[in-house]
Structure formats: C-alpha cells, structure tokens
Write a protein that binds this ligand. Structure first.
Ligand code: SF4
Ligand code: SF4
Length: 199
C-alpha cells in the first residue's frame, strides 16, 4: 500500500486561506490503513483547521466525506452531487487519488493534505516498511526476493497516527521513521484501521 503522512497544519492552512467552504475528502484505502487519511483523520484535521482559523478570526467552514478509494472512478462518483457546494477540496488520499479527484472536478481547486512517502507493508501496528519504489523493471524473481531499490537495511518506522507537526513535538524530524514511544493500547476503528491511544 501507499504510506503517507499528514502535512503540517500551517502548510494546509496556507493552501486553504482564500477559501471559505472546503470539503475534506478522505480515502478508506491505503491512507486509512496507515492512519493518515481515513474518516478519523478527516475529522481530526477538520477540527484542528476550524479551531485554528477561528483563532485567527478568519471565516472558514470545512466538512468531511470519505470515499472507499479515491483512485477508482465509481467511488469518486459519490462526490458528484456535493462538490458544487464547496469553494475547494482537500484530499487525504495519496498523490494518485488527489490527481484523480482534481481531474474529475476541474472547476474546483484541489489541495493535498498528506505527503505520500513510499510503497510499503504493514509489519505490525504502526510499523511500516518500504518494499518497492515502483521502478518499472521488477527483478524480484532473480534477486533473492529482496528489492535492492528499496531495501534500507533497517526497519523503517512511521510513528503511528501522528502528523509531521506531532512528530516535531516528540522530537522526530520528518525524515525519521521510528516507532513512536508511549503508545498505550490499540483497537480497531470503525473503518477497520488501527487506532492507538497515546500517553
Ligand atoms: S487513492 Fe491512493 S491511498 Fe487511496 S486506495 Fe488508491 S492508492 Fe491507496
Ligand atoms: S525491483 Fe523493487 S522497486 Fe522495482 S518493481 Fe520490483 S520491488 Fe518494486
């Protein structure tokens, strides 16, 4: 699946500052599984944006809707009756989903809320490891089933469920991928993704 991370709040605000009514579109595919762009993340981000713009005394309204996959036309079609009501769309899918959304609604500005980081596997809760760089010439059958393009020699961790902003709070740079300390307990959210409670 595609692994992604949520952009800094200030970066998202800068993109949206000229729009008064925005629809944040989540993806229940990859970015929901890696806790970057499912319905839960849509709700959390919308709350943060609303509070932040309110604190700046800037009129701003945001609503959320999560489609099954933003890279499939039949799921995007669910948005057809809604998009006209908004000044702009924010997408929490990977880059493919964001572009597909923008193609379908060329009259409406579309902005990315996440950075796609790599194609990887979900080794454990909150533990994502890069396995493919989509090189277009797969050699896995003749390379001990190890991908030299993406092998890092070490496990890569993404702090589960936290954004670039939150990483900074716990002292991680955006380039670091580590298991986040202090995760207390785990469950499954309403969309089937993992949800963690952090101390
Ligand atoms: S739009 Fe991107 S994140 Fe969503 S399911 Fe498709 S590939 Fe995965
Ligand atoms: S060789 Fe590695 S990067 Fe290329 S397609 Fe195969 S797994 Fe992906």
């Amino acid at each position: 699946m595609v692994i992604a991370e949520i952009k800094r709040l200030e970066e998202i605000k800068e993109m949206l500052k000229d729009y008064k009514k925005v629809l944040n579109v989540g993806c229940a595919g990859c970015t929901a599984v890696c806790l970057a762009g499912g319905q839960k993340e849509v709700d959390n981000l919308n709350t943060k944006l609303s509070l932040s713009f309110k604190g700046d005394n800037i009129p701003f309204e945001i609503e959320g809707f999560t489609v099954e996959r933003q890279c499939e036309v039949q799921f995007l079609a669910e948005l057809d009756g809604m998009v006209k009501s908004y000044d702009a769309l924010l997408s929490m899918a990977c880059g493919a989903g964001i572009q597909f959304l923008a193609e379908r609604y060329p009259e409406t500005p579309v902005f990315p809320a996440v950075n796609s980081t790599f194609v990887g596997v979900n080794k454990d809760i909150g533990w994502y490891e890069e396995r493919c760089k989509c090189c277009g010439d797969c050699v896995l059958g003749s390379s001990d089933d190890r991908c030299a393009e993406s092998a890092t020699g070490a496990d890569e961790f993404i702090p589960t469920g936290i954004s670039v902003d939150m990483r900074a709070d716990v002292g991680l740079s955006s380039a670091q991928h580590q298991r986040r300390p202090g995760i207390e307990e785990w469950g499954t959210d309403e969309l089937g993704g993992y949800a963690g409670t952090v101390k």
